[in-house]
Design a protein around this ligand. Sequence first.
Ligand code: NAD
Length: 377
Amino acid sequence: MNEFQIKPTLHFGNGALDKLGTLTGQRALIVTDQAMVKFGMADMVRQRLLANQMVVSLFADVTSDPDISVIVNGMKQMDADAPDVVVALGGGSVIDAAKGVIYTLWESGKLAKKPCFVAIPTTSGTGSEVTAFSVIKSKGEKWVVVDEFMLPDHAILDPELVKSVPAGITADTGMDVLCHALEAYVSTMASDFTDALAEKAVQLVFAHLLECYQNGSNLEAREKMHNASCIAGMAFTNASLGITHSLAHALGGVFGIPHGRANALMMSHVVAFNANLHGDCQTLAAEKYAHLAKQLGLPSRSTREGVMSLIVAIDVLKEQMNMPAGIRDCEVAEQAFFASLPDLVGPALKDSCTPTNPREVNTHHLETLYRQAFAGI
Ligand code: NAD
């Protein structure tokens, strides 16, 4: 028997932010970061909640790749404010932090009732607004907490909120979407339901990501990528992920490489590995990658050709968005990198995304993938 979780309710498209005006509650807490305050988005949310007769407080201290200290500070504020509505406004870091705060308060018995939880993503990347995952950093390692309790009640996808995302972050987060879809698609937990979502997300990324990168004010392209991010999130919260994420989590933990960029650095190498491209290329993952290539209209007369076409398409997209080809292009010195290999491989092997990778891995495999990704060839 298998399961497919459907939550939260999605409100999407232009003007979706106005959903806030229909929420009921007395005290709302906005969890966000300083960029959202600076861009005026925190105020857009605040005004809508105030118009709804709520008392509104703000926790704007979330940092990228939040660590435990952010969660502890957020818990203190949420405990003091006792909100019945929590609105997370920001990228994956903010939404994950809000999840972490709610979950930890609940687990420690300090919440009598779970507040109505609303997630408003302002990047098109993590899909965190629909996932049961929260990624929190502790002592240089990224930990993935998985619990359906953290799923928001409402997700608001308003493309207006992503127009301000700079080109570099658009590229990083967009490749995160592609990685979620590809990893969910070949995961050992993939199903007809998650495959349908993953295929759609891949198509949307190849059709719209480059335009978002080149012309960030194109609202139509932004909306499509925002939807793709959420659709890929629905796929992977049900199918889980694979070793691209495990390897990327460790890279983010040790070298601070942004999550989507770290995934982009590992992705093609993992596709080749999962497909056994340098061997018989007869894995189920190889067939599925080739099927995606065919759907994208790429050369795919054989499984091997399909896999290779998909890898080329990924690498071309990265290049068109001026992304680094290898880890060595990310200000990571060769000596420091090779000295850190045990600190990368160990956490990657025990990462919660590793067990669902379509091909079993050992430390040798992971180290080889890191070595390939360092050079980027
Ligand atoms: P992020 O949330 O760290 O944001 C990146 C930067 O973009 C920040 O400086 C932020 O202030 C800025 N930003 C956000 N929205 C903006 C906007 N509209 N305009 C201008 N700037 C904006 O990046 P992210 O990629 O969204 O999230 C990454 C985090 O999410 C990582 O910690 C990663 O591990 C985690 N993650 C979580 C899940 C999940 O399911 N929970 C999945 C994948 C990744």
